[in-house]
Design a protein around this ligand. Sequence first.
Ligand code: GLU
Length: 427
Amino acid sequence: MLKVRFAPSPTGYLHIGGARTCLFNWLYVRKLGGKFVLRIEDTDVERSKTEYLEEILESIKWLGMDWDQIHYQSQRFDIYREYAQKLIDEGKAYKKDGAVFFKYTFSEIKINDLVRGEIMFNELPKEEEVIIKSDNSPTYNFSCVIDDALMEINCVIRGEDHISNTPKQILMYEGLGFKVPEFAHLPLILSPSGGRMSKRFGATSIREYKQDGYLSQAIVNYLLLLGWAPGDNREIISLDEAKNIFDIKKVNKAGAAFCMDKLNWVNSEYIKNKNIKDLTQDVINYLQSKEFLPQDIDSNYVQKVVELFQGRMVKLSDLLDWGRFCFYDDYAYSEETKDILDKNLSKEVSVLMEKFSSMDSFDKDAIEKEFRNAAQGLGLKTRDLVHPVRVALTGRKVGPGLFETIEVLGRQEVVKRLKRLCEYWEN
Ligand code: GLU
């Protein structure tokens, strides 16, 4: 049975790179069938934090993945010591200054990496290596090998940044008499210019992406494209679909450049195509998490706002800014919009308000008709009236279609905001 693992260290939040490693493991095992082990590598007691652990588990779930087993290395120190003792007894390790050292026995080290093909490791590790530190904690290479062997992991999928550990680990498998698993080293994720990923170029945690207004489906889809593609130029692929077609052998060897614009595009596609009810719920959760909306918000109203913005939203956070006027009217007319309000049209706008007040049904089409008629009757071009009215209703020069906006805000609110504009002109 196939058994893979994702082995995060809870010394930080789950980042893009870790999430991609988790995803490729998960897809591989869900496609072929088998078990997915989550192994928490919390041997560094000082640096491991519950807060990080909780975020890692939460982010994995938020992205839509699950696991079949979870193990904590901090609970397995006895096992590592037992194996270290075995190596000492066999003369393959020795104790000095409270630490245990493993003596490498060199042999030809060659693997057939599922991504990179055959790799010959010519550079061999130094002669010996600490496997148990004087504080009794194991070092990474040792605990990793023991656990991969005891947990019967037969395919190790991890980032290429670990490739230098692989020969050491292979020698340890051999020293311990364990079977060496298969390996798949995933390409590095690089900055757009090909350098190391940095915080400025997207090397932030999944949690921050969530707080920034990205949808989990879009993040997962984007992660998928970091080193893999279905081969038919498609870029929008759901997790469910990827699960059926993912092939680790088709993962690229070359580093994958992280592109924020691409991620934004994927996010906007998911927003555009999401069922309106589900998207509305996402928006409510998001805006409430930001304390932007109260708990008792009218979801029908939010849905109308979401419909207004769905086609143009890149991130849910756009609503905090571009969509703010739908929930708050405390904006002032800014410098930027002042030129539009130069000309006093208070008489004309008053006529428009009266028309709005006396309309039967207040829907977009009727609003548009009434609006155009009013402009014509007043000897104005429609746009001469559109601009100031938009500023009055939204505080901005640009925004969603004005007639839809008027319908969403509703008659009462619209009249109230137009009155405010007239007062501004009159004072
Ligand atoms: N704890 C290691 C890390 O987070 C795991 C490396 C591995 O997958 O072997 O990088």
